[in-house]
Design a protein around this ligand. Sequence first.
Ligand code: ADP
Length: 190
Amino acid sequence: MAASSIVFLGPPNSGKGTQAARLASRLGIPAISTGEMLRGAVAAGSELGDRVKDVMNQGLLVSDELMAEVIEDRLGQADAESGFLLDGYPRTLPQVATLDSIMERRGSAIDHVVLIDVPQKVLEARAHKRFIELGRKDDRPEVVIERLEQYRIKTEPLVNHYRERGLLREIDGDQSMEAVEAAIAEAVGA
Ligand code: ADP
């Protein structure tokens, strides 16, 4: 059987990145984090990095057009040929359409959309803790608030979209990391 193609959805500080990496390694598919890719490009000072740096540091979204180039390129690489886990893409309805057309060209489809659900209060507490502990450049409080806002406005509509397509697997993210990991594995049959 072909490997799965999975999308992870969830607000900033939902624990999405950690869980995405764990599930991907369990399934033997690459975890593709667009946030990490873009931060890598910024750190490397590449042309892409220069184009996205300011937008990212304000907590805003990189344009759908530019993200389409990034994701087409990444999903075209050999390690993603038979399956992948996307963390951070799609984030807007136009990005859903881009991903659908990529999948159609591959003669394939998304198998599962995992939503990590965490109450707003818990997200805020986690954001505060993360800021004190490490301080990623876009973890400043006002930027975190903007990222959450962008999520609510642009990404949350994807939840209903994927629910209607029967792909949504809702996970309670307000539990221990191990419990969340087990719930996700069960939901996708891993
Ligand atoms: P978060 O921790 O908020 O989930 P990520 O690490 O996934 O954030 O992404 C960090 C930043 O990278 C975003 O705030 C945004 O500027 C940019 N980014 C990542 N993925 C996308 C995308 N699919 N579309 C637009 N911008 C993106």
